[in-house]
Design a protein around this ligand. Sequence first.
Ligand code: SF4
Length: 452
Amino acid sequence: MADLASIDAPHSPAGEAPRISFVSLGCPKALVDSERIVTRLRAEGYELSRKHEGADLVIVNTCGFLDSAKAESLAAIGDALKENGKVIVTGCMGAEPEQIRGVHPGVLAVTGPQQYESVVEAVHAAVPPRHDPFIDLVPPQGVKLTPRHYAYLKISEGCNNRCTFCIIPKLRGDLVSRPAGEVLREAEKLVAAGVKELLVISQDTSAYGVDLKYAESQWKDRQVRARFLDLSRELGSLGAWVRMHYVYPYPHVDEVIGLMAEGVILPYLDIPFQHASPTVLKRMKRPAAQEKTLARVQAWRAACPDLTLRSTFIVGFPGETEAEFEELIAFLEEAELDRVGCFKYEPVAGAPANDLGEAIPDEVKQERWNRFMEVQQRVSARRLKKKVGTRQQVIIDSVGPTVAVGRSKADAPEIDGVVHVASRRPLRVGEIATVKIERADAYDLHGTAVGF
Ligand code: SF4
């Protein structure tokens, strides 16, 4: 429910469309929520403003996962209040309105994650929409906040797991998957509008459809089951790159590796392992923790040699012993993951992990983080170096006067490295070029376009 406070009249001069400034914080999933809210507001005739100043209202979509993200969200709300004064807060942190109101009592409304209706209701109350048939038009694929050539596609919301360091299920509830037909129709519209790369996201992508009992739904002339494999195959038929994020190593993931080897979807798995010690994984209550991860990784690589593996890990989990940490380091050396993020454990208010073992002192966390990064940087650099001399398909994200910047199939936007591309003819954003890789540095590749 929207938590509405008193509000005054809008500042847009009569006849002008009300203008909204939007701040989207947090993960790609939150970005998709922001896109939905913005699409709805644009359809109702609201305009977007680049600055808080002069806008009729500011919406802040917050992230409440870690204490540092909460602090960033509270600071963004404070800036919006200072620069504009009329602020509606939504997103993960909105699940705990008292925390926001405790610091910023002046916000107009606080709504929780996915409460699109409540946000829109709060906007209507603060700045009523102006009906105009010309500005009410919104493209059928919606409004995207990411560049036109790639788009995030959210296939489910919530999560049935209960990892002990995570409060997402508490904030977002259990898994709710979208029917396959609905996801595919959205993907089809995005591709028709010029999107060249679909980034599939959720909290737990490989659990897709479990809640629907894998029910079939209509798409085009056929019935498609709400199953990770079936959806991946159909998405791969649309002619865009399809990249899978937040996949867990459940046994059925092996089938999807086959689609990657065949080139149906990108040979890329974003698979957050979080740790490699079985005892830590057990305390974390990670899904598929009992699977023999190293053997699986090796089997996937054998089936799909071009596979890029990205993962995230947590060091300094409560009670993590030196021996458990050593197991993690040994795994890193052996698994040879391509891209890795590492976080020092931060206690999240309300997460059971805080009481699971002795808190690790900050200096030990830092020291383990340094060792972890040292090992992984070596591994990542070695993996990148192997690409020198190869030809890679690169999707162009931005163009400059002398070099363009793009990403190979191994690089997801925002989180991975890039490819710097020299070209004898100007490249266009969204174009996919064949690039001969000439050099690698710690994170990025450099090369020359040899085919367009
Ligand atoms: S799988 Fe675990 S970490 Fe991921 S959202 Fe679910 S509970 Fe949180």
